[in-house]
Every structure is written in structure tokens, then in C-alpha cells.
Design a protein around this ligand. Sequence first.
Ligand SMILES: Cc1ncc(COP(=O)(O)O)c(C=O)c1O
Length: 394
Amino acid sequence: MKYNFDNVPDRRGTFSFKWDTLEEEFPDNPDVIPMWVADTDFPCPREIVSSIAERAQHPIYAYSTLNPDSSRFVADWQMKRNNWKIDPSWITYSAGVVPAINRTVLAFTEKNDGVIIQPPVYYPFKNTIVSDGRTLLENNLIYDGEKWVIDYEGLEELASRDDAKLLIFCNPHNPVGRVYTEEELRKVGEICLKHNVMIFSDEIHSDLIYAGHKHIPIASLSEEIGNITLTAMAPSKTFNIAGLQISTIITSNDAMRKRFDNADAVFFIPNLFAAVALEAAYSNEGCADYVDELMEYLWENYRLLEEGLRQHAPKIKCHRPEATYLIWIDCRELQMSEEELWKFFVQEAGVGIEMGNAFGELSEGFIRMNIGCTRAIMQECVSRIGKAYKEKGL
Ligand SMILES: Cc1ncc(COP(=O)(O)O)c(C=O)c1O
């Protein structure tokens, strides 16, 4: 191991969203261990730090562009990691995936057009659709007793509506942790092709794949599916640089890319340090090693959580993640109301989680926990839950 993920700097006092807003977010217990916001507590790869530090020595931080080689580095990364052959000219950039979703909704749909999402899902999908005045079409995932799967009949029913124009797809799927298989992706792609529904595929978590699973970009399945898809990826989750704000938007469809780029009068100028970081992230071997080592570390965190809950809080059940550090946890057997669940985790256990119902109405009784932390914190979180569980006599 080149990276020591046990050794992290204290984030308190750095205006960290996760660590420095506890008074506001958890007023009933600001001493919680924060396991909510979707970033990790790990330093990014040293290659990124040194590139930024070097650039920072030059005292002019004015308007900049990306290194023209950056798109080639992104394409090389996709080839190596996902076996996805893309041309650098297919890539455009955005300040983030959420801004790109908003831009896509505005550029490719009209007021009252239907936009499909598959809850439980990352809540800005819904917020964007609703605030832009589009019709929200929800096709809930189904739990098949083992994992969360797509309701294809439901998807086809919604996609066949005259007003349905766009699917905002999430793969890997936050919060349920699925990495969809080729077969699943083909079905989604075929339905969208058949009914002329464009796909925005949010693949921001696609570098964070656990052993035994393989990420397949939906756009890579066929030329036809690629031609109706905008794929969003980013170095932000992968390398813990979300504060820099940059993402890549990829499509083989030139007209779609132009329409996305020209969606409003404001053309995109990247954050200078984000551009430097992106280039370093995708062009250094060491950064690829970082991701591989990170996934091994996160898996051990997950195992600790799963085993700890099995032993000390057996009515709380984790869904084994196939990707990313966000764990979807089923607490329905506790038979608590949402208020009671919050009280149990936040006030009694002292663990700051996200409530499942933020991700969709059918997610009551679930919570989402971020395990992108040191092993020591993971251990502390498990002990706190076990202790509260015992004290409550559950
Ligand atoms: C699925 C998904 N999409 C997008 C984002 C945020 O992307 P960005 O910060 O690039 O807007 C997140 C962050 O948690 C996410 O989980």
C-alpha cells in the first residue's frame, strides 16, 4: 500500500461542509460523527496536491482554459478503467454534474415535458426537474429480496408517454450502491431508443467499483445508445476534490454536445485549479493506484460495518454495495417512525446519517451512511450504534 488512509488531517476549521456545519445540520447533537455529505475524509493523491501547489506559485489566477491534452487523458482513463473507447473530441466540461443535469433539462426539454428518474435516487435529480417546471416521472426501483433492480415495465410505461423526453439515469446508483450489469443496461437503452427518450447518465461514482463488479458506461453498449446519451463523469468523488468543481460530459453525438454547450449565453470557463487537478488526476499512474487502494480500504470499512451490525445491532441491515462509499441501510425491522430513527442514530448513537426519505417517498425506514472515513472512525461509529442499540434494549 502506497497510501495510508488511516492517517488523515483534521478537517475541522477548514469550512468543511461535512465537519464544520454540525451545529446547523445536527442541532439536537452537534457531537455526532458526520457520516452524511458525500465526500471522504482522505487527502487526494499527492500528484494533484503538487500540481496545484506548483500552479499556485504563479501569482495570476485569471481566466484560464484546460490543457488541450486533458481530453486525451480523460479518454485514456476511460479506455484503461472501463474499456470505453471515446474520442477526445466527444468530451466537454461543466462545473459539476448537478449543473450539467440542470443545463440538460433546460436545453433538451420544454416546460411540462416529462423527465424520468428512478427513486430512491440522489435528490437533486428531482429538485432540478421540479424547479425547472418539468413533469416529474418516477419509476421506483424494486427490491428483489437481494438487490435493487429496475422496474422495466414501469420504465417502458413512462417512456412511452408522449411528454416523456429525458431519463436521468444513475449508475452506479446513489444511494442503493448498484452497478448495473450489461443486461440491465441494454434493457434501459433499448426502451429509451424505442420511445425516443434521451438519456443523461450520471456516472460520477463509476471509478469507485468494488472487486467482483465492473462498470459499463451505458453509452458504450452501441452506437445507437451512445447517440442518445450524455454521460457525466468526474474526478470529484474519485479523488475527493469535489470542492474544486469540474466534471466531464461525454457524447459521440456532435449535435447534442453543441446543444449542451450552447444552452445559454454563458460559455464555460473552468476553475483554474480544477483544470490543473483534472489533468493531474487522469495523467498520473499514481492516481490510478490511489483509487485501487482506496477501494480495498473502503471494502474493509464496509466489512467492519456489516459485521459490527450483524453482531451488535442485527435488526439494522446493510445492503452490500457494488460501488462507492455510500451505504444504504435498511432499518425497517426496528419499526421506528422517521423521527424515532433520527433520534436513535443522531441523539442516542451520535452518528450523523442521511435519512432515506430524502431520496424518495418509498425510502422510509432506510438511512444512508458514508463510510469514506478512517478505520478508527468506522470502528467508533459501529461501537456507538451497538451501544445505543443495547441501551435501548432493541
Ligand atoms: C449521483 C450523484 N450525482 C452528482 C453528485 C454531485 O455532483 P457535482 O458535485 O459534480 O455537482 C453527487 C454527489 O453526491 C452524486 O452522488
